[in-house]
Design a protein around this ligand. Structure first.
Ligand code: TXA
Ligand code: MG
Length: 508
């Protein structure tokens, strides 16, 4: 055993992390770097030695040879070297899971070998990848694991522990690492500082699994008033109160009907908000004068630690200016709100990507006030029929979130029946559900590679935001299949396609 080194390293998965995962890549001609990978690696190597650790089970399965894999790695190494990126060593596990080898992630054999050979301090190192096993490899040696929503990331997210930080891209992960050289301590300090700020009447932005929230002590009307001020949100739009434990619900609502208890039991923590008659302890400013309150318990571990540390329920809308696209990273929050209003906890990206489902249980018959991260199908399986907006009472919005405005980029967005007619316009951005056959003249954002609605939701706001930054005349989008999270995606697309000015109800 060698003495531990002093240098930190970053261990990177290859497929789905640095290059597109095309499955059993045996030919260097098939290498497709992610556009921001080189920049991210250049940033990281200012402080860290870079290693690639990749599992190539195609070798054991006979789809590709070890020589082919080595050739792809050699060529990728050359490509990166042309941009001054140096990978110190490449590790390849050629086995499949049934082989029960000791080199496949999350086994840490390669990390230990690298530490011995290159004098690394694994406790100051990071592991990044798009499969739950990648960051888990870090845990085994006291390194810090980060999960990417590129590659297969969105597909495996259900098996990812709640406390794992996720990122939209390698670029975002690199920026987070550079800002958090001592990740556990650094994040812990941000959470404690935010909790103190909320306790003393200030505002803190924090990640949830849906979008970033702008939080204040829900029981302090003056603190809550600041949220409306900073967001420029009209006072008639009530806020969601966030709790860290199921038991806190009873302290906020007048009673918990059986259907609510069943939903809480099955879906909390998670992206489901319940609207119930409120207790007097909840200030009127939180509920916009309504006798009801919306409550949710987020599953994001940073959010729950923060709310628990603050010791009070936390009122939080999405941390964007009123009517604008919701933030799914800390950088988005700063882009929208700037600085000077309070503190922010940077806990990476939001893994669901669209806001929570809002369900009213005020009447016996449950009503869907806003489709969101908890699929309607799952709710109906637990409590039976749910009334949809657009039903008998459609003329009278029961929730301001149902109004046809909200979530909009500043570039006009239009929903079109077919993207075809727009492909030749260089000044039109395309927000496509799945990969396009042709090659459009303008910029394209593809919500999912394989038709996965959960992946589409994760990418929606970040994709809208990127197109919004391109100075286009118009963004065109197509509706996605209307089930599961697709219902929430379509809802947000429709609302984004209605500019605030046109859709604001008169006299508000
Ligand atoms: O995922 C989410 O729910 C995020 C994160 C931060 O938790 N929060 C969020 O908050 O989206 P906000 O304020 O952007 O949306 C809250 C929605 C609005 O549509 C609001 O009208 C509805 O919840 N709501 C809140 N209280 C209500 C009440 N008492 N009755 C009916 N609707 C209510
Ligand atoms: Mg991968």
């Amino acid at each position: 055993m060698h003495a531990a080194g002093t240098k930190g390293a970053v261990f990177l998965d290859r497929d789905g992390t640095i290059i597109h995962d095309v499955g059993y890549l045996g030919d260097a001609a098939g290498i497709r770097l992610y556009p921001d990978a080189v920049g991210a690696l250049r940033t990281l190597q200012r402080e860290y030695a870079l290693f690639v650790v990749s599992n190539q089970s195609g070798i054991a399965k006979g789809h590709i040879t070890r020589e082919q894999v080595d050739e792809v790695n050699r060529r990728l190494g050359e490509l990166l070297a042309e941009h001054d990126v140096r990978i110190v060593a490449w590790y390849v596990c050629p086995h499949c899971r049934e082989d029960a080898c000791d080199c496949m992630k999350p086994a840490a054999r390669f990390l230990r070998e690298a530490a011995d050979e290159y004098g690394l301090d694994l406790s100051r190192s990071f592991v990044i990848g798009d499969h739950p096993h990648d960051p888990a490899t870090g845990d085994a040696v006291g390194a810090f694991g980060l999960y990417l929503l590129t590659g297969h990331g969105p597909q495996h997210i259900d098996s990812l522990p709640d406390d794992r930080l996720v990122f939209h891209s390698l670029r975002d992960a690199a920026d987070w690492i550079m800002a958090h050289p001592e990740p556990r301590y650094g994040l812990g300090r941000e959470i404690d500082f935010a909790a103190e700020t909320i306790k003393s009447g200030g505002l803190a932005a924090f990640p949830t699994e849906t979008v970033y929230g702008l939080g204040a002590n829900a029981l302090d009307p003056a603190a809550v008033a600041r949220i409306f001020e900073v967001k420029e949100r009209p006072l008639d739009d009530p806020l969601i109160v966030h709790v860290a434990q199921q038991s806190q619900l009873a302290g906020l609502v007048a009673g918990i009907p059986g259907k609510a208890a069943r939903l809480v039991e099955a879906l909390w923590p998670g992206p489901l908000t319940l609207v119930l008659p409120k207790l007097p302890v909840v200030p009127d400013i939180v509920t916009a004068g309504h006798p009801t309150v919306a409550v949710r318990m987020p599953s994001n571990a940073v959010a729950r630690r923060l709310i628990a540390a603050a010791g009070v329920p936390v009122a939080a809308p999405s941390a964007n200016r009123f009517g604008r696209t919701s933030p799914t990273t800390a950088a988005h929050v700063i882009g929208q709100l700037g600085f000077g209003w309070g503190v922010i906890v940077d806990g990476g990206a939001c893994r669901v990507g669209v806001e929570s489902t809002v369900l009213s249980l005020v009447e016996d018959r449950p009503v869907l006030l806003r489709p969101g991260g908890a699929p309607l199908e799952e709710i109906e399986r637990l409590i039976g029929r749910v009334e949809l907006p657009g039903g008998a009472d459609a003329a009278k919005p029961m929730s301001p979130g149902m109004l046809q405005r909200h979530y909009a980029p500043s570039t006009p967005l239009r929903i079109v029946p077919s993207l075809e007619p727009w492909l030749e316009r260089a000044d039109v951005g395309i927000l496509a559900f799945s990969p396009l056959a042709g090659r459009p003249a303008g910029p394209v954002e593809t919500l999912t590679q394989g038709g996965d609605l959960t992946e589409a939701a994760v990418n929606l706001y970040a994709a809208m935001r990127r197109l919004d930054g391109r100075g286009l005349a118009l963004i065109v989008a197509q509706e996605v299949p209307n089930h599961g999270l697709g219902r929430a995606v379509n809802d947000r697309l429709r609302k984004a396609s209605n500019p605030l000015s046109e859709a604001m109800p008169q006299g508000v």
